[in-house]
Design a protein around this ligand. Sequence first.
Ligand code: WTA
Length: 643
Amino acid sequence: MSEVKTYPIINNPQYEPHIDEDTYHRMYQQSVLDPDKFWSRMAHQFVDWFEPWEEVSNVDFNKAEISWFKGGKLNVSYNCIDRHLKDKAEQTAIIWEGDNPEQQRYISYQELHDEVCRFANALKARGVKKGDRVCIYMPMIPEVGYAMLACARIGAVHSVVFGGFSPEALKTRILDSDCQVLITADAGVRGGKQVPLKANADEALSSCPNVHTVMVVKSQNADIAWNEQRDVDYNEFKKDMEAECTPEVMDAEDPLFILYTSGSTGKPKGVLHTTGGYLLYTAMTHKYVFDYQDDDIYWCTADAGWITGHSYIFYGPLANGATTLVFEGVPNYPSTSRFWEVIDKHNVSIFYTAPTAIRALMAAGDEAVTKTSRQSLRVLGSVGEPINPEAWEWYFNVVGEQRRPIVDTWWQTETGGIMISPLPGATPLKPGSASRPFFGVQPALLDVDAKELDGAANGSLVMKHSWPGQMRSIWGDHQRFYDTYFSQFPGYYFSGDGAERDADGFYWITGRMDDVLNVSGHRMGTAEIESALVLHPAVAEAAVVGYPHDIKGQGIYVFVNLMQGQQGSEELKSELVAHVAKEIGPIAKPDKLQFADDLPKTRSGKIMRRILRKVAEDDVENIGDTSTLAEPAVVAKLIREKL
Ligand code: WTA
């Protein structure tokens, strides 16, 4: 790694950064030498508490028991809204930019307060109480934020399901956490095309007998079916709702939300985050990682259905009283200049997006960027997958004109907030490196024997100590929480990622070490896609692996063994691809599908994915040892028949 280019810290003459390099090192030392003292100080600084906590932290990784600020009382919606009203009632809290470039809305903190209170009262009017789970299946309109904050206000636990997921995927998530209320819209719109959210919800709910209420936000004038008993037209219903709702007093360790994410085995896991630690961690990382300043206009392009949307469109920025932009559309509609035009239109100063979008826009050519001004920009961010140095350089040189630092932020649904990242005024930049740990984060690299590696090294990325934003459990399955994250390396939290550390102590994430794919920044379990495929009557067996993809980072490669008597054909291929989209959602569509009479298996019948990966990657020279296969000839046939 010694040949890597390093860019010095960029000093912006107009801003004194919150954290410079010396401050980083000093605060980092404090944060790891006496974590409780450090976090206690931060918790006073970033969060308003109704009552103080009894103990700062109580953590036992050997039992997967984690608590922060237990006994402390607070409300997240109060912290994100009410406490700002004194100074910022008229300041814009949310800028909404429609899919259609002619549509925008500006929501002040006072309006946000009123809208969230009305939504909270509407939920109460339909019987929602503290601790109840509420599912949110929404497009990127301000109401998705109102709904989330309304749940937080009354102590209900939200479970946001990405609007691109299928009815089947929505159903499983509703059932797993027993949501009895669903909040949705008539339809969404992305890139000019409607997404039939209500119709999908209707289909999902035919198998969810406990759902008694569906709040429908009509935003597209879509033609929808209506169930008088169950469905509520939110815009009508809210007219009778008061714009005041007293925030529920919550314990720091009360659940705030569940968010489903994919693992290497089994069904998606309901990652559980709680109230106090999560809020503190997202607020603090938002301020320091983006060097957020009072006059910034901040834009994170994620969807509310992912953790990035939760932590860095809504909770972190709003806790800091920021102006946050909510974008309904896509990067290439109406043209590939859209991102940059939105930046100019709203004077965005902090811009946070994903490598897959950067690569796609890079492929569209520089002119789409250079014809825009981007003068307002100050800080650029990246999240979701490793950013390749070419894409980093393009982002830095063409978008940022070498004047804006890029914060390449490594973190996970499970970590609640950013864990490893440069800080704009404190960290030299190395393209492709997420660089150094955030305050309180204590990463280590382990070898296969669970031994901690020193200095420059490559190994499994673990955490030695808890941080307030850490997930607390898997909904309904605490044992699985322990098994997934704490059993492989006892005493550590295991991220599932591999990483390399260079001689300067900078981290380079090398990617997942398990059977989880990262396709366009979306996490997907290979097992989930395989399970979807074998539901199809023509499929006997399926094996899914990732392969390098120029734009998506990873593509989905599927090997399908058909039932006796079935013939592989182009029609069947399309049918199977459509079938996966129906079972999970369009994001899980296989990029390549190969019919195979036989899959390489060990003598005990286990599919050897290592070999399939090599076939999919076109790296057949390095296929390695095939002598343990039950039938080594299978491999040659697969290679011969490769697409
Ligand atoms: C990957 C998204 C390299 C990683 C916030 C992680 C990254 C998974 C980066 C979590 C990054 C995320 N560099 N890899 N900057 N950010 N990842 O839960 O493999 O959707 O484990 O959270 O994305 O994905 P998730």
